[in-house]
Write a protein that binds this ligand. Structure first.
Ligand SMILES: Cc1cc2nc3c(=O)[nH]c(=O)nc-3n(C[C@H](O)[C@H](O)[C@H](O)COP(=O)(O)O)c2cc1C
Length: 201
């Protein structure tokens, strides 16, 4: 039955008080956020299967809904997926791992929020990182593997891809279908004790 058809029936039930006294607990059909975030791991071996455009669109949509300081959205995303771009990026870092798609997330220092209390602090890196976190988790939700990459020379990347002056490369996100049998590295589960990381005051 369509939702539109159900609404009058449900409102009538509420008005006459003959509806169910308590709603049955809905069964969860999707993982919780914590389940999804815990199951994601860095993938460093990729299948050659290309990533569908709809999946790339979903990753970019997740980037778009990320919050940024004062909603200034001071980032720009390059999607490297042509043979030439992938070849170039693999020459510039050993951490592209031959993924079929590599996103380069940059921030624009002229558009980022400037902290009025600290001349050396703007929101660029933070905004880009929240965008990247959305992308990484959306990629996983789409059944794709990813790896966040900082191991590259930002100046060399900027020169090789002729980036505009105002853009600073922040990080890359390799994305693709994981190669068969890929498993989390030992780093995935090596967590410091919570007491070392969290303090209640
Ligand atoms: C800021 C940042 C930079 C990273 N840079 C690299 C990198 O350059 N190369 C790489 O292979 N992994 C890189 N990683 C992935 C981390 O090594 C990985 O996330 C961490 O060991 C935890 O493992 P997991 O992602 O499997 O849970 C980076 C992750 C973050 C958050």
């Amino acid at each position: 039955m369509k939702l539109k058809m159900l609404i009058p029936l449900l409102s009538a039930a509420v008005v006459c008080g003959c509806g169910p006294k308590s709603e049955p607990t809905p069964q969860k059909s999707h993982p919780s956020f914590l389940e999804l975030a815990s199951a994601r791991f860095s993938v460093r071996y990729y299948d050659t299967k290309p990533v569908e455009q709809e999946k790339l669109d979903a990753i970019l949509a997740a980037a778009r809904v990320a919050p940024t300081a004062k909603n200034l959205q001071p980032y720009h995303i390059f999607v490297f997926k042509s043979e030439a771009a992938i070849k170039k990026v693999n020459e510039l870092t050993r951490c592209a791992y031959s993924a079929p798609v590599v996103f380069l997330v940059c921030y624009d220092k002229t558009k980022a929020w400037q902290n009025p209390f600290d001349a050396n602090d703007n929101s660029g890196v933070m905004d880009a990182s929240i965008v990247g976190t959305h992308m990484m988790l959306e990629a996983f939700d789409q059944g794709l593997g990813s790896c966040w990459v900082k191991y590259f020379d930002p100046k060399a990347i900027a020169a090789a891809f002729e980036l505009p002056e105002n853009l600073t490369p922040s990080f890359m996100l390799d994305v693709g279908y994981p190669a068969p049998g890929v498993a989390p590295s030992p780093m995935h589960s090596a967590k410091r004790e919570a007491e070392e990381l969290v303090t209640y005051r």
